[in-house]
Design a protein around this ligand. Sequence first.
Ligand code: HEM
Length: 343
Amino acid sequence: MERKERKPVYYSEYLQLDKILNAQQPESAKEGLRADDEMLFIIIHQAYELWFKQILHELSIVRGIFSQPNIENNAPDIHNSVHRLKRICGILEVAVMQMGILETMTPLDFLDFRDLLRPASGFQSIQFKMIEASLGLKYDQRHGKAYYLSQLTAADVDRVKQAESELSLLVLLDRWLARMPFVNNPEYWGDHVGSFWNRYRDAYVASLSEAEMQNLKVFDAIFINQEQYPGDRSFSVEASRNAMFIMLYRDQPLLQLPYELLSTLLEIDEQLSMWRHRHIHMVQRTIGKRVGTGGSTGAEYLRGAADSHYVFKELAELTSFLLPRNMLPELPTSLVGDLGYRR
Ligand code: HEM
């Protein structure tokens, strides 16, 4: 077959640099004012938005993988997902560090052009809100909801709402975890199916000190009867149990990748939180107690969002219920065989 002639690729055309490098239009220059740091301010925001785009790209691939009705445990899919989620962690690490460059702009430098930006604000970053939504933050959980709707154009509200209406990674993870077939499968447990969690609960009770006894209520509300749980939960009883099972038996070959997946999701939450806190410090240093250009209470609003926007907090909470390896219930030999790819 004859190969089709392709037009030679030229670096600047391929990267569309004419668009990117002509997209910095300082407001101060339009007003004939001198504000030397506005260029840095624009470029740093643009760099963030490009990284946000890459994060959304990775998340859409991972969500596509987890949208399948079934994912084989030893298929490339889980590895591919972990690989991409780790890339997101890498990007977020850069995002946190990048704040240091912006901090070379002093409060006085910022005042040269700050008033010209009103009411624009990073708060209007739709991609940031779409990342939160794709991961699993729901509208009802957003800090300052009324403020959120008032600051965006109707088209942007629609974009975020669309992202919020799609199946988030958190929802897909809950479904995937609930499908995991080890602890509730009579093939392994015979007549003892269901006994694992009774034995685990007994061992957990034995591990509690007097002062920790109220933890048992929470244990039961998470792993036995969720009607007792105060508030909504993203993870069903089955999903919570299976996530715990992965954490407990993560040394078993078949559970190593699922464990890596759960830890990487916790790492994403942690890196996002680091970004939020770094941003708050930078904001406090740059504008002190003044309100934001977007009109919020500034650092106070941001602290509220930082405290309440963790997405995988139910995963993080599970660590309170871990037991030392020597207290774990013994698993049936056939199950250990399958977890070790030995059957
Ligand atoms: C001098 C630098 C900056 C200052 C003083 C600043 C200040 C603020 C303030 C006060 C808010 C709260 C909303 C408001 O009232 O405006 C906010 C929100 C936000 N900013 Fe910044 N910001 C700066 C740089 C950045 C950069 C470089 C980014 C990167 C994209 C960014 C992204 C965001 C995001 C995503 C929010 C919303 C956060 C949330 O709702 O949890 N900001 N910013």
